[in-house]
Write a new protein. Structure first.
Length: 180
């Protein structure tokens, strides 16, 4: 089975995934009284595991909610020495270079991965390892914060698979890596 590295993330109009304090409150600026998931559950049904960085893991842990993931979560960090015991069998620490981490995850049988977190997504892009991106744009300008994209060593082309509008204001675009 082929491997797939996929992104599902929300951004501001100016391309930030968190505000300058790391906050995410702006993601809920558009009222969603019916709690429409905007394709998230269909997306996660197609993945085997999540890969996120330390900052994203710590952000999720800071939410006052139960662990939100049913699939295994691999936390990429070269600075953590371990994860809290309460996450045993839910999250797994992976150290080392990105390609070695991916090799380990694939050897464990996880092939379709959800890549999450700004630095992690940027690192995957730097290594030319993202196959698909679903980017949901919230109509707000943050003026600064954590950018989704950073510099790349070369151009990467994607093609638009689909575009949807949710709640009359939120635009979601699905891109697939273009074969070159």
């Amino acid at each position: 089975m082929e491997t797939r590295n996929n992104v599902f993330i929300g951004t501001s109009l100016d391309g930030y995934i968190a505000d300058s304090q790391g906050g995410l409150d702006w993601l809920d600026i558009i009222p969603n009284p019916e709690k429409i998931d905007m394709g998230y559950y269909a997306f996660t049904a197609q993945i085997d595991a999540l890969v996120m960085g330390r900052k994203s893991f710590e952000t999720v842990c800071s939410f006052d909610i139960d662990w939100p993931y049913e699939k295994p979560v691999f936390v990429l960090s070269n600075t953590l020495n371990g994860l809290p015991a309460s996450f045993q069998d839910k999250a797994f620490l992976i150290k080392g270079p990105l390609t070695e981490a991916l090799r380990h995850i694939h050897q464990e049988g996880f092939r379709r991965l959800y890549i999450d977190g700004g630095v992690t997504i940027q690192n995957f892009l730097q290594e030319d390892l993202i196959d698909e991106m679903i980017i949901t744009t919230i109509p707000v300008l943050l003026g600064g914060g954590v950018p989704l994209f950073g510099s790349l060593p070369k151009i990467q082309q994607f093609e638009l698979v689909e575009s949807k509008v949710y709640l009359k204001d939120i635009v979601q675009r699905h891109y697939r890596r273009k074969s070159m």
